[in-house]
Write a protein of this length. Structure first.
Length: 246
């Protein structure tokens, strides 16, 4: 495998009963790259994402994280090494913002956790003095997602998994966070997988877009290539429905 591949899935398969969530999916993500997983609800996007931090255990096939077989890695250690922004943020409601953001540095017994927390809040555009002592319920939806991103980035992971991080936000807040996302990528250089059902978001934010359907990757390509040469009728239809043109 190329040394530039930081995340990979090889023939990854997963079923829930007789429902196929992933059907022999292979993908390789390069260091520093952002790959968006796009497709309709139920296509397998979240399942694929969650294989990488072992929230999902594969039936067959494997995932590789920096060339290490995911099945051989300690799941707890893996989740501390990899940032994860779940749908709806997943903040602990009975913990203040600062404690939520400090979670991973604290688990890793990082002596610099206070500094990491302050820096992470600043990175996502929240004033630590104003926000660290607030409760999640005292935040707007957009602020909550910023905190969730700060928490994922606090210990500066090389890899961050984003599961529909902006899905529940209004259009303006969503656009603000999309812009912030681009800035964070440039500043921190992490590798990311981004699940979204918004094709425009995928085309705007990602280096490559993987179109998923029925547990398989229908096409994976750079945005310009996807727009210029949709590989299947389904991809063409998806582009047409989103009214996105080359
Ligand atoms: P997406 O993220 O594209 O909406 P998912 O990966 O969440 O798709 O789901 C893929 C398929 O697997 C769907 O049919 C879904 O209903 C099923 N599925 C996912 N997670 C579970 C689960 N924990 N239990 C049962 N079925 C599941």
């Amino acid at each position: 495998m190329s040394p530039d591949v930081i995340l990979a899935a090889e023939a990854a398969s997963k079923r829930y009963g007789d429902r196929v969530a992933l059907d022999r999916v292979s993908i390789a993500v390069l260091r520093g790259e952002c790959v968006a997983l796009i497709g309709e609800s139920g296509a397998g996007k979240s399942t694929l994402l969650r294989c990488f931090n072992r929230l999902v255990t594969l039936d067959s096939g494997r995932v590789l994280i920096e060339e290490r077989d995911g099945a051989t890695l300690d799941a707890i250690v893996l989740r501390r090494e990899m940032g994860y922004v779940p749908q709806e943020g997943g903040l602990l409601p009975h913990w203040r913002v600062g404690r939520n953001v400090a979670l991973v540095p604290w688990l890793k017994r990082d002596p610099a956790r206070a500094v990491r927390t302050t820096e992470a809040l600043q990175l996502v555009g929240l004033d630590p003095g104003q926000f660290a002592m607030r409760w999640p319920r005292e935040l707007s939806g957009g602020q909550r997602q910023r905190v969730a991103i700060a928490r994922a980035l606090a210990s500066r992971p090389a890899i961050v998994l984003f599961d529909e991080p902006f899905g529940a936000l209004d259009a303006i807040t969503r656009a603000e966070l999309q812009t912030a996302f681009g800035g964070l990528r440039r500043e921190l250089g992490f590798t990311s997988l981004l699940v979204t059902h918004d094709l425009r978001e995928a085309l705007d934010l990602a280096d490559r877009v993987a179109v998923m359907r029925r547990g398989q990757i229908e096409q994976i390509a750079a945005p310009s290539e996807l727009l210029a040469a949709p590989a299947t009728d389904y991809v063409a239809e998806l582009l047409a429905r989103a009214r996105v043109r080359a």
